[in-house]
Design a protein around this ligand. Sequence first.
Ligand code: FE2
Length: 451
Amino acid sequence: MNAKKTTAEPAEFSGERVCIGLLFCRKEAYHQTMPHNKAKTADVAGSLKLLHILELKAGMYVADPGIDWRERPYLYMREGLLASDDAVRNITAEGYLEVYIDPDRSPAYAAGALPEADSDGAEERGKTSAGPKVPFVAEVKAAAEAHDAAVGYARAFMSDIRFGKLDMSPASNIVERIMHSLDNNADAMHSLCRLRRTDSYTYMHCVNVSVLSSMFARYTHMGEQATRAVGLAGLFHDLGKALVPPQILNAPRKLSEAERRVMNTHPTLGYEQIKDVPSIIPEVPQGMLHHHECYNGAGYPAGLSGHDVSDVGYIVALADIYDALTSRRVYKDGMPPQRALGIMYEMRGKALHPEKVAVFIRMLGVYPVGSVVELSDGSVGVVSAGNPDSPIKPVVIRVKDAEGAPMHGDTLDLASPDSTLRIVRAVPEATAGIDPAAVLGLPDAPPAVTA
Ligand SMILES: [Fe+2]
C-alpha cells in the first residue's frame, strides 16, 4: 500500500500498527463455536446465564465472566445490579448484544421475569433488529445527492472563510439530509464516505466526519438537538484550517516545530469563527475546539483530559481519525476498516475516550458494507448489507470463485438458515483486485472544482 500521508494529521498515529486480524478472528472463532441461536438463553459454566441484550431487565445482576473485552466486544460486562429501566436502555443504546447475568443475585430472575425464548421478547427483537427502512439500492442515489450537496457546501465555506465570510444558513438543511439518509439506510451513506474515489479530499473529509459523527449519535440514541450538534461540529471541525497559511497547510513535508504550533491553532481558529453565530448550539463550537484534545491530556490546543473534553469533541475525534485512515485517495486505497479500528483500539485511553472507541467499533461492525471478504469455499466477495443480530454474518455479493473466475454478482445472506458458508477473513481491496464501489453500484463523485 502507498504510505503517503493524508492531510488530516495522520502523523500522530501513523507509527501505530496492531494486529486487528487477531482481535476479530478471536471473536469470530467464538461466534462460530458458540452461535447465539436467536437469542435463546444459554447455560454456561457455573450458574451464570447468557442473555440476548433485549432480554435484560431492571432487577437483574450483570456478571463479569472474566473474558477479555477484545474477544467479545459485543458482551456487556460491567458488573452490578441494574436498578432501573434507564440503566438497561443505556446498555442497549451502547450497542451491546449479549450479557451474562447471575440468577442468584437477580431479584427479577427470581420473580420469574426472565422471558421465555421466542415469546414476547422475539417481537421486541424483531422491532429492534429490523432492517433499514429503505433498501440500499433504492437509497444510494439520494444518499449520493445529499453527500454531493454537503461536499459542495464544504467547498464553499472553506473558501469563503478566507475572505471573512461564512454563510451558515444551509448548514442545518445539509445535516438534516445526512441524518434523513442515515435513518433510511446508514449503509448507503457510510459506503459513499469510504469508497468514493475523489480528488476533493479536504471537502469530502468535512462531510465524512459529519456523517460518521451523526451515525454515532444515532447509534447511541442521542436526542435530536444533540445529534444535530454532533453533525454540525463534524462538518465544521476543520474550518480553522482554511485560515492556516497555505505554505504550512499544504507543505509536502514534515512540519517544523514552529509550523506545527501554527497548524495546531486550527481548532481555536475555527471555534472563534463559530462561537458567536446567533442561535448556534453551544456544543458545536465546543466540539470543534476539542476535536484534537486527548483523553490522557496529550492533545491540543489546551491539553484537556478526561471529563474536561466534551462528548462532541470525543465523537468528532473518532470520526476524524477513522475517515483519515480509511478514505480512498486518487493516489492510494483506503486502509481496510478492520485495520483502522485496530489502530484506534490501541489508542483507547490515550488519545481516544476508551468507552466511546468501543461503541464506535461496535457501531461499524466487524465487516462494514464495502468490505472485501473471503468465504469458507474460497470465493471472494463484497459485503453489501450488515446483520445487526449477527455481525459476522452479513450479506455478501460474491465476485470471484476460489479459482478467481468471475461469479457475476451471486448474492448470499450468510445469516440464512440455508447458508453453509462463513467469512474466513477480510481481504485488502488491492490484494483482491476488486473495486467495492463498482460492485455496489455507487455513483461516482463529481469532479473537483479548482478555485
Ligand atoms: Fe483537525
